[in-house]
Design a protein around this ligand. Structure first.
Ligand SMILES: *Cc1c(COP(=O)(O)O)cnc(C)c1O
Length: 383
């Protein structure tokens, strides 16, 4: 671990978000916490135990390596679902550990059958259907073939889920496409019913869909971004808040990111600061050096644009963000010295740097900024 900066994770906010989601989604809907991309940059090893403490017992990941990380930090028996990539060897290991996985082609189904037979353990699969996103999933023909294979192998295959993924429920511009997807999913469900196959969970919704289209909640929702305190898009947030009396955001951000000042310097008017000519001091200024750069996820596109908090003041990033450092203009802040706290994301006194402010400047999604936060940053759960 490198101690140049620290990410803090608020347990209170996690508790708040889980209880808000529970109250809105209802008791009959299982929440699967999506913890792919290192729990959206928050840290699998730190986040999962807290989610577990507040009753989450279903986790979704993309890679098998993430599934193993979740597996290793669970204390209670919970389900883990791999939505994406597993190698052939991982399929065998997953079956042995009762880790669930998506099946979106016949190749994977055949491997599941093969290894389930070999191990004498049932493979827990989620059939993923192609309904119009055109990314991964079984089309109607393939579904029928898969159904036949499953019926021949009921001793080896457990149909844990029947699912699809919607292509952008966070924007009303996709409304028509999503309605078509839901229609197709229904047709495929009818096919399943006709064959008397009963999955434990029918699931199609992510955060956005579960709020914009409540019918999509079905048996389980795969919730990522909202657990971390963000709405999928401004549209989804406005749609929700417009129906509330208080108009207060019910979600709370979990993550804060802090560093400290490494050096302070006086720069004379007319000098360039940092690499090249990207920043010219137009008066005598004072700068603070911060030991965080793009290798930790502080995007280079925040060069000359980013803002941080020092002594409760907003201060600007000047010049280009380096691999391991950035330079901040602290001309207007008094008594700045080495070791002073620098807030990169989160609150200091009355001010706050939001992830959304990053994304407005750098044109990255919240998702993207969070996912880029380096795994080497120390993470700590606070109250
Ligand atoms: C990432 C992902 C989700 C979660 O999406 P959020 O918008 O973060 O809620 C759900 N389902 C699938 C298939 C995903 O890849």
């Amino acid at each position: 671990m490198i101690d140049n900066s620290i990410i803090s994770l608020s347990e209170k906010s996690i508790e708040n978000n889980i209880s808000f989601l529970r109250s809105k989604l209802g008791d009959t809907v299982k929440i699967s916490a999506v913890v792919k991309a290192n729990a959206y940059g928050h840290g699998i090893e730190q986040i999962v135990p807290v989610f577990e403490k507040y009753g989450i017992d279903h986790y979704s990941v993309f890679y098998y390596s993430e599934a193993i990380r979740v597996y290793n930090c669970l204390h209670k028996s919970s389900s883990i679902m791999v939505m994406g990539w597993l190698s052939e060897k991982d399929i065998k290991d997953a079956i042995e550990k009762e880790i669930e996985f998506f099946v979106f082609n016949m190749e994977r189904l055949q491997l599941a059958v093969k290894y389930a037979k070999e191990l004498g353990v049932k493979a827990k699969i989620h059939l993923e259907t192609e309904t119009g996103m055109n990314r991964s999933g079984l089309n109607m023909n393939e579904l029928n073939t898969a159904i036949a294979v499953i019926k021949e192998n009921t001793d080896h295959i457990e149909l844990t889920g029947f699912c699809t993924h919607l292509a952008g429920a966070e924007s009303v511009s996709n409304h028509f496409r999503i309605q078509n997807q839901l229609q197709k999913y229904q047709e495929m469900t009818t096919e399943l019913d006709a064959n008397n196959l009963k999955p434990k969970y029918k699931h199609v919704a992510n955060s956005a869909a579960s709020f914009v289209y409540p019918d999509t909640r079905m048996d389980l929702v795969r919730v990522g971004i909202m657990l971390y305190g963000f709405w999928s898009s401004t549209e989804v947030f406005i749609q929700y808040i417009n129906h509330q009396e208080d108009r207060i955001d019910p979600l709370k951000r979990i993550l804060g990111w802090k560093s400290q000042i490494m050096a302070v310097k006086e720069i004379k008017s007319g000098e360039f600061v940092g690499y090249g000519i990207s920043y010219l001091a137009q008066s005598n200024i004072k700068t603070a050096l911060v030991p965080v750069g793009y290798s930790f996820g502080y995007s280079r596109s925040l060069s000359n644009k980013g803002r941080v908090l020092i002594h409760g003041h907003q201060c600007s990033v000047i010049g280009v963000v380096n691999m391991n450092m950035m330079i901040i203009d602290v001309t207007h802040v008094e008594n700045v010295k080495v070791g002073d706290e620098v807030v990169l994301i989160g609150k200091q006194d009355k001010l706050e740097i939001k992830v959304s402010a990053f994304s407005e400047i750098s044109d990255e999604l919240n998702y993207e900024i969070l996912a880029h936060l380096s795994e080497s940053i120390t993470r700590r759960v606070i109250n």
